[in-house]
Ligand binder design. Structure first.
Ligand SMILES: [Zn+2]
Length: 337
């Protein structure tokens, strides 16, 4: 009996000590590089996903706009190409995971809502129409060689670790809009595209977006160019720059963007000004400086839904992909498909 207890004791000791042996760390000063190497090797390893039953959404029929050909891909494999095309792989892992869930949700939403828009195909690879996509070969060609394996694994793992997850509102996949940089506050879709809007797409504030290059930009045009550009769309346009209120913002949106602006004899929307002058967003200040019209712009994109740099900023502050999603989409749930 005593012998039996001794064996049992040794067995327990081994059980507890073995993990300690394997997880013990080396002194920082001598092996910092080694640790970093092990870390990036670990990053370069792809997680092999268990097969997930996506029922009727097993594959995506992707239309390549450049050659008009349809390629059929397993859903998550398609998402590797979307996430690597839509978000920099250098972003935080939790931000990439949020992008993976957003992309999966957007794909399912399009597959359900867009039936017939692209004939036999479910979705196209044009970001201005559906959602950007890039092949692994093309993606690799645009990365530095030393980053390729680590970056690709990071993308693949972000999709695989969120396998089966989608964002829902009242049980249905949401129209998961996203953009590059919110300029500090996201926008309600009604202020961008009109219509009645979606309850889960509200204006929310995000801190830390000012640290990204997408945050601030400027555009200048001469008074003559300014007049010509507007006249192309509105032949009745007239402006007297010497008048104090020649250009005046008349209304702002809840996301701090220009809703309406008086320009000479016209009242235009901020969204139209953005399009006319190729501004990165409708969040702008406009001033007349000598012979020039000057725009100072904050943010990049339409501003609706998840801000990608905002997601990265939140991830840097320690937020998980679920918290990031709940921050940008009001009242939603993250569910298994
Ligand atoms: Zn499309």
């Amino acid at each position: 009996m005593k012998k039996y207890l001794t064996y049992l004791g040794i067995f327990f000791l081994l059980c507890f000590c073995t993990p300690i042996l394997f997880t013990s760390t080396f002194p920082q000063d001598t092996t910092n590089n080694q640790n970093q190497e092990t870390e990036s090797k670990k990053e370069a390893e792809e997680i092999v996903p268990s097969t997930y039953d996506y029922s009727e959404y097993q594959t995506v029929k992707l239309l390549h706009k450049d050659n008009n050909k349809i390629e059929e891909l397993p859903l998550d494999e398609y998402l590797y190409g979307v996430v690597s095309s839509e978000m920099p792989a250098s972003f935080e892992k939790e931000a990439l995971k949020a992008q993976a869930v957003v992309a999966r949700t957007y794909t399912l939403y399009k597959m359900i809502q867009n039936k017939g828009k692209h004939g036999e195909a479910d979705i196209c690879d044009d970001s201005t129409c559906c959602q950007a996509w890039i092949s692994k070969e093309d993606r690799f060609a645009r990365w530095d060689e030393e980053d390729q394996d680590v970056y690709w694994s990071k993308i693949v793992n972000s999709v695989n670790e969120t396998q089966g997850k989608m964002i829902t509102y009242e049980g249905k996949p949401i129209n998961a809009f996203f953009h590059s940089n919110s300029g500090g506050a996201t926008e309600a879709p009604i202020n961008v595209w009109g219509g009645s809007g979606y309850p889960y797409l509200q204006s929310v504030q995000t801190s830390g977006e000012e640290d990204y290059s997408q945050y601030e930009s400027e555009v200048s045009v001469s008074k003559k160019e300014f007049e010509e550009i507007i006249k192309k769309e509105h032949s009745n346009f007239e402006i007297d720059f010497s008048k104090e209120d020649a250009i005046k913002v008349t209304q702002y949106t809840e996301g701090n963007r220009v809703k309406t602006i008086q320009v000479g004899n016209l009242k235009l929307s901020g969204v139209e000004m953005r399009t006319l002058f190729g501004l990165r967003s409708a969040n702008f200040k406009i001033t007349i400086q000598n012979n020039e019209i000057h725009f100072e712009v904050l943010g990049y994109g339409h501003g609706v839904g998840m801000s990608q740099t905002g997601a990265d900023s939140l991830a840097k502050q320690g937020k998980t992909y679920e918290e990031i999603i709940h921050h940008f989409y009001t009242g939603v749930e993250i569910e298994d498909i």
